[in-house]
Design a binder for this molecule. Structure first.
Ligand code: CA
Length: 443
């Protein structure tokens, strides 16, 4: 049922795209078999009770040290069993098969916990989702932990790392894809103005390569200031990326992410300076979420609560979920969800959901979240402002984006749905569909 990682030998779930232990991209062909066949249609007794596991968001636990005492360890295990128990729904007796599936769910939760602990995370999340989307360029030869490109010593065990950056085995073989890109923004039903900004475009790189840039910015600060801030963030970061990536070859994920961070910081500095020089624009700010696609790699940078998702019908996580949010919301309500004060559902309608604790232009410097992912044919990268997610759930976003063969129509449908449900805020959607890869000729 399960397969093994060809690089480190760890057990990986079928359909995994990344090794949960070493973080490297797993070979995708021949396609791995789906792990569990659906319940047999023949000869099964009719189902009396239904034991279902409710996929609610998990709770988070803080692990402060590199060692856990026995009490902490037991607390981690017990918290996850409690969470699993709360998710079980049954009003009646259940079949052995259903019971077995529920126990499988519990072992997945435990597996996710152990992997998060092994990765050295200080906040571990009780969830059945494996921490597999996080990619690392270098696996430690000693303990298997992932490390960033350029690292000389393992961040976990201190062992000397192979100094040569690599992705998988052998030299990097970038693939190029055909991309379909669409961007839509809409004022919504309530606001007078659209303070969101979207941008999509190509950047010429050395070696006749191209990078594809997409971004969403969601301005704030009232009247003209919010609109000005989001467009200025888009312009400054775009110009920065165009200028810097044309001049320098950027061979690794880490250098791309550093460039994105610098571009976002340049936008931050400019907006901060304008806001301080111009009394009419004091206090303005914006979110900024950027996706940059280079070959078969996706690089993301984000500040605020505009999101990036990776969607694929065949699943993008180890448990086969078709949607993964690649960004964290830097909002008050997201923090309250993290510490268990709000459910994700309450957060979506919370009156203070617009309050951000991190945004562009409000402080002279800013922390920028970045990450890199491998792309596969059939993926959709979707960026959006909170005007979409306040009304449309992740599963609905994935379903609409992935089911419509026409991505322009899919983007329009997403915006229409948010408007039908109230359109309380400006709504922006940028989608990129990745189609059929062919090997590029450069090497
Ligand atoms: Ca907004």
């Amino acid at each position: 049922m399960s397969a093994r990682c060809p690089f480190c030998g760890a057990t990986v779930m079928p359909r995994s795209r990344f090794c949960p232990k070493c973080g490297r991209a797993l070979p995708q062909s021949p396609p791995l078999q789906h792990p569990v066949s659906p319940p047999a249609e023949t000869g099964d007794p009719p189902i009396e009770g239904a034991l279902r596991f409710d996929r609610a968001h998990g709770k988070r636990l803080q692990i402060s040290d590199n060692t856990l005492d026995l009490r902490e360890l037991i607390n981690v295990v017990e918290s996850s069993v409690q969470w699993w128990k709360r998710g079980l729904n049954s009003s009646d007796a259940v079949t052995r098969e259903q019971a077995a599936r529920a126990i499988d769910e519990l072992s997945q939760i435990m597996r996710s916990l152990s992997q998060q602990l092994a990765q050295g995370r200080t906040t571990i999340r009780v969830t059945r989702r494996l921490p597999a989307l996080r990619t690392f360029d270098i696996a430690c030869p000693s303990c298997g932990s992932g490390n960033r490109a350029g690292a000389r010593f393992c961040q976990r065990c201190g062992a000397l790392l192979d100094a040569t950056p690599h992705y998988g085995v052998g030299p990097v073989q970038p693939r190029t894809f055909t991309l379909q890109i669409v961007a839509r923004t809409d004022t919504g039903r309530v606001r007078q103005q659209n303070q969101d900004a979207v941008y999509t475009g190509e950047i010429d790189l050395p070696d006749r390569q191209k990078a594809y840039l997409c971004l969403v910015a969601d301005g704030m600060g009232g009247a003209a200031a919010g609109e000005y801030a989001s467009h200025l963030a888009a312009d400054v970061s775009r110009a920065y990326l165009e200028r810097e990536s044309a001049n320098h070859p950027l061979p690794t994920d880490e250098t791309w992410r550093a460039l994105l961070r610098d571009a976002v910081r340049a936008a931050n500095r400019r907006i901060y300076d304008v806001a301080h020089a111009d009394a009419a624009r004091r206090g303005m700010g914006t979110t900024l979420t950027i996706a940059l696609i280079v070959g078969d790699r996706l690089h993301i940078a984000s500040v605020g609560d505009s999101r990036a998702y990776l969607l694929n019908l065949n699943g993008v996580t180890d448990d086969g979920a078709s949607a993964a949010q690649l960004t964290s919301d830097h909002s008050l309500v997201a923090r309250l969800v993290d510490i268990g004060q709000l459910t994700p559902e309450q957060a979506r309608t919370h009156p203070q959901r617009n309050i951000l604790y991190r945004s562009i232009g409000t402080d002279p410097s800013v922390d920028v979240d970045t990450r890199s992912e491998a792309l596969e044919p059939g993926d959709i990268v979707l960026l959006c402002s909170d005007g979409l997610v306040n009304h449309v759930r992740d599963e609905e976003i994935a379903q609409i984006a992935l089911s419509d063969p026409d991505i322009e129509r899919a983007a329009t449908r997403l915006i229409s749905l948010a408007n039908e449900r109230g359109g309380r805020d400006n709504i922006s959607v940028v989608m990129v569909r990745i189609e059929g890869g062919r090997r590029s000729s450069f090497g």
